[in-house]
Design a protein around this ligand. Structure first.
Ligand SMILES: NC(=O)C1=CN([C@@H]2O[C@H](COP(=O)(O)OP(=O)(O)OC[C@H]3O[C@@H](n4cnc5c(N)ncnc54)[C@H](O)[C@@H]3O)[C@@H](O)[C@H]2O)C=CC1
Ligand SMILES: O=C(O)C(=O)COP(=O)(O)O
Length: 399
């Protein structure tokens, strides 16, 4: 029985998908666990499901030789050591689209609220003040929204913002098709110096660490606004604090932080706490009923298809072998070091045991190759043992 362990309150739609597929050994945890507890909880697990708060590092992968695949029930995969997972023959799947609309809607809402200084006005009314004034309050119509990272989320934010009458510019390291009337900037600086509101939608990781630093903040227009619902590492939070305190920026909405609380009962530590016209949210950009239900289903289906057929389509770190029906044959999933003659070595072992290959697919990615072979008849334990013992083999399974 395939043991599946799910963390971080993954939506029950995932459980439904696993159960419908006959995978009923599912253990669920409501929260992310610290490293030692995480390792214990994962003993014997073949599949693991996480969201953005569970870190799967090289040490953990080494302690879990039975682990076959990882499902990130979110978009970001920077919390997983993807390279180590690949070298150990473990594909990592995610849900690249399901929560993108939720983030985009939140960003549009925050744009309008911050332009009107609503966080500050809301707080004042709650504390017995009635400052009825138009000072510092602006319409979104006619303002310029600068989108940094024009991928699945950034491009949707642009469409929603244009519907509200905003002018949209974007900056991306890759060439992108501008949607609606959006215009591409040739540099981050060009975007920063013209946008009234800057919103960040780049991935986390070393390539975007402190992308918005003191210099970038200084380049932004006086009185402009920063929104970050991407990753906490993208913004130098102390520099942002300074820019807000000096009044150079008039507001900010921050959903993600360099260090985030580990659970419900831990308070966020941030210099931004208590600042005027600053919205702080607990990393809920993608947290809606709709998105979580869809993500639960989407990622669970990818894991089920991998377990049942070996397909790695949609894996973010692994050679992608598309789905193909096994047509009654026995299927051998072989992950190997990508060296010359690997396919010949593998086929040679099968031939020496009289196995006839009816279908075979090979894909490679960097140092790893993945072969899905359909063979006639039974595949004995002796064949599997010989395949596993080969010097090129990383892992080998039979379906
Ligand atoms: N706050 C939340 O709850 C959520 C946060 N996210 C975060 O949002 C990020 C973006 O999500 P998607 O739009 O779906 O990703 P995506 O991969 O579709 O788009 C990211 C874009 O950023 C661009 N990019 C990469 N490095 C860049 C750089 N240095 N400067 C400018 N552009 C750069 C890429 O070329 C790509 O077009 C995710 O990686 C995740 O970290 C995603 C979902 C929910
Ligand atoms: O999808 C992402 O990358 C997110 O940041 C959302 O993460 P979460 O599932 O809310 O922990």
């Amino acid at each position: 029985m395939t043991r599946i362990v799910l963390f971080e309150n993954i939506h029950p739609s995932a459980l439904e998908v696993f159960n419908e597929a006959g995978l009923t050994d599912v253990v669920t945890y409501a929260a992310a666990l610290p490293p030692a507890e995480l390792r214990d909880a994962l003993q014997g697990a073949e599949l693991v499901g996480i969201r953005s708060r569970t870190h799967l590092d090289a040490e953990l992968f080494s302690a879990l030789p039975q682990l076959r695949a990882v499902g990130c029930f979110c978009i970001g995969t920077n919390q997983v050591d993807l390279n180590t997972a690949m070298l150990k023959g473990i594909p990592v799947f995610n849900a690249p689209f399901s929560n993108t609309r939720s983030v985009a809607e939140l960003v549009l809402g925050e744009t309008i609220l911050l332009l009107r200084r609503i966080p500050e006005k809301n707080d004042r009314v709650h504390h017995g003040h009635w400052d009825k004034a138009a000072d510092g309050a602006f319409e979104a119509r006619g303002k310029t929204l600068g989108i940094v990272g024009y991928g699945n989320i950034g491009s949707q934010v642009g469409i929603l913002a244009e519907a509200a009458g905003m002018r949209v510019v974007f900056y991306d390291v890759e060439a992108k098709l501008p949607l609606g009337n959006a215009r591409a900037c040739t540099s981050l600086h060009q975007l920063l110096e013209q946008a009234d509101v800057v919103t960040l939608h780049v991935p986390g990781g070393s390539g975007t660490k402190n992308l918005v630093n003191a210099k970038a903040l200084q380049a932004m227009k006086p009185g402009s606004i920063l929104i970050n619902a991407s990753r906490g590492t993208v913004v130098d939070i102390d520099a942002l604090h300074q820019a807000l305190q000096s009044g150079h920026l008039s507001g900010a909405a921050i959903d993600v932080f360099p260090v985030e609380p580990k659970g419900r009962d831990e308070a966020l530590q941030s210099p931004l706490i208590g600042m005027r016209n600053v919205i702080l949210t607990p990393h809920i950009g993608g947290s809606t009923q709709e998105s979580q239900e869809n993500i639960g289903r989407e990622v669970a289906e990818k894991l089920v298809r991998f377990v049942k057929s070996g397909t790695t389509k949609g894996a973010v770190n692994f050679p992608e072998v598309p789905y193909q029906d096994a047509g009654g044959a026995t299927r051998i999933l072989h992950v190997h070091r990508n060296v010359p003659g690997a396919l010949g070595t593998l086929s040679g072992v099968m031939a020496s045991h009289g196995l006839n290959i009816v279908r075979q697919q090979l894909q490679t990615l960097g140092e790893v190759g993945y072969v899905v072979s359909d063979v006639e008849g039974e595949v004995s334990d002796a064949v599997m043992a010989e395949l596993r013992a080969s010097a090129i083999t990383i892992r080998c399974d039979r379906i």
